[in-house]
Ligand binder design. Structure first.
Ligand SMILES: *Cc1c(COP(=O)(O)O)cnc(C)c1O
Length: 403
């Protein structure tokens, strides 16, 4: 039991390290990790009340766990949402949202620049069950509006996007969704609540891959949905209990501890990313840098307004090349010349991770589709970590200076 409940006017920075389920009778200072799949019931009557939903209390691991609850409480506070439900991965959070809110004949509008698995889950898997969908260009507000139909239930946006860091106007999309009687869901993976709080801009649901910045150190898979108490309790929780996309207590504990340093990590990594983007933009072997913090970014003003004047920790750049084949060869050379930074498909780590989108995340697209999406063969994505800026530059120079 928590002998001293927290005051109710604490700042987010304080909640990020303090908010959690009650302490046990041992008074542990660091939140306990409850590795248990079942819970001993105080009495048969109490058990019956818990199963009937008339009394609070844990019953079985698929329905809840105190360590998982701590993570949910803390993330909800940071996102400014009433409630949160943790899931086993970011994609299971998307799955839970769609499964909880849609039925055959419903329609979803979403951006063509979304995370690859999100595109496939909606456009292919849910289509098999009669869910209709329309993909629209990320930044074209008129196209979002034109795509809305009478049966549209969800507008789903991700901002900034991977890997080109395109930004969409959350407040405008929220208005549009509400005028159509639909909900706006935002994948807040890249910005995190440190930079951007979609609920405050009108979003109804915030989705997270906890695998990324929330953990922050590349250790575990995790995900979460933040929304109103009503939406979580009435729509998502029943599906969760019956489908079992639960976050494991161990992973919840890791991500819970990750949230304690989220604020300082995001600020430090954004600062490094900004400096690296400015430097890359000046390099003669680089033709273009994509980063919301640069004044050359097409939505720089919107980004700064929406993302607390920070650009985030992910940037991409094109190596200069006359044709796609040369671009690929040059990008591979830069990646194969790395000795400190990692060639690794993930992001949100304290270690800087680089990828070649055209042959990995966007590898299954045809060359024409890739061109349309702006993912060239010379494109390299950098998810900036916490190494010293000079060492990052030196590692990139190894390849850039020997093209
Ligand atoms: C990684 C990622 C996801 C999926 O999360 P997983 O934890 O890998 O399932 C969804 N959206 C974005 C923007 C991501 O980067």
């Amino acid at each position: 039991m928590s002998q001293h409940p927290l005051p109710n006017d604490l700042h987010l920075a304080t909640l990020a390290v303090r908010l959690a389920a009650d302490r046990s009778q041992y008074g542990e200072n660091s939140e306990a990790l409850y590795l248990t799949s079942g819970y001993v019931q105080p009495s048969a009557e109490a058990s019956a009340r818990r199963f009937a939903g008339e009394e609070e209390g844990y019953t079985y691991g698929r329905s809840g766990n105190p360590t998982v609850s701590s993570f949910e409480m803390r993330l909800a506070a940071l996102e400014g949402s009433e409630a949160c439900l943790a899931t086993s991965s970011g994609m299971s959070a998307v799955m839970l949202m769609l499964f909880s809110l849609l039925k055959a004949g419903d329609h979803v509008v979403y951006s063509q620049s979304m995370f690859g698995s999100t595109l496939k889950l909606i456009g292919s898997e849910f289509a098999r069950f009669g869910v209709e969908s329309t993909v629209v260009p990320q930044t074209d507000v008129a196209a979002w509006k034109a795509a809305i139909r009478p049966n549209t239930k969800i507008l789903f946006a991700e901002t900034p996007t991977n890997p080109l860091t395109e930004v969409c106007d959350i407040a405008a999309l929220a208005d549009m969704a509400h005028n159509a009687g639909a909900l706006l869901a935002v994948d807040n993976c890249f910005a995190t609540p440190v930079l951007q709080r979609p609920m405050a801009m009108g979003a109804d649901i915030v989705m997270h891959s906890g695998t990324k910045y929330l953990d922050g150190q590349g250790r575990v898979m995790a995900g979460a949905l933040c929304a109103s108490e009503k939406l979580i309790k009435e729509k998502c929780l029943p599906v969760m209990k019956n489908s079992g996309m639960v976050l494991s207590p161990f992973n919840a504990w890791v991500v819970l501890k990750g949230l304690e340093t989220l604020d300082i990590r995001m600020r430090a990594q954004s600062e490094r990313a900004h400096a690296l983007a400015l430097w890359l933009e000046q390099h003669p072997a680089v033709s273009r840098v994509y980063y919301p913090g640069l004044t050359s970014h097409p939505q720089h003003a919107l980004s700064m307004k929406q993302m607390s004047n920070m650009g985030g920790a992910v940037l991409s750049f094109d190596v200069k090349a006359a044709d796609p084949q040369t671009g690929r060869t040059r990008a591979f050379h830069v990646l194969d010349s790395l000795r400190t930074l990692s060639l690794c498909t993930n992001l949100g780590d304290t270690k800087t991770l680089l990828t070649h989108p055209a042959s990995t995340s966007h590898g299954k697209l045809s060359e024409d589709q890739r061109q349309a999406a702006g993912i060239g063969q010379g494109l390299i994505r950098v998810a900036v970590g916490l190494e010293h800026l000079d060492d990052m530059k030196a590692d990139l120079l190894r390849g850039l200076e020997t093209l």
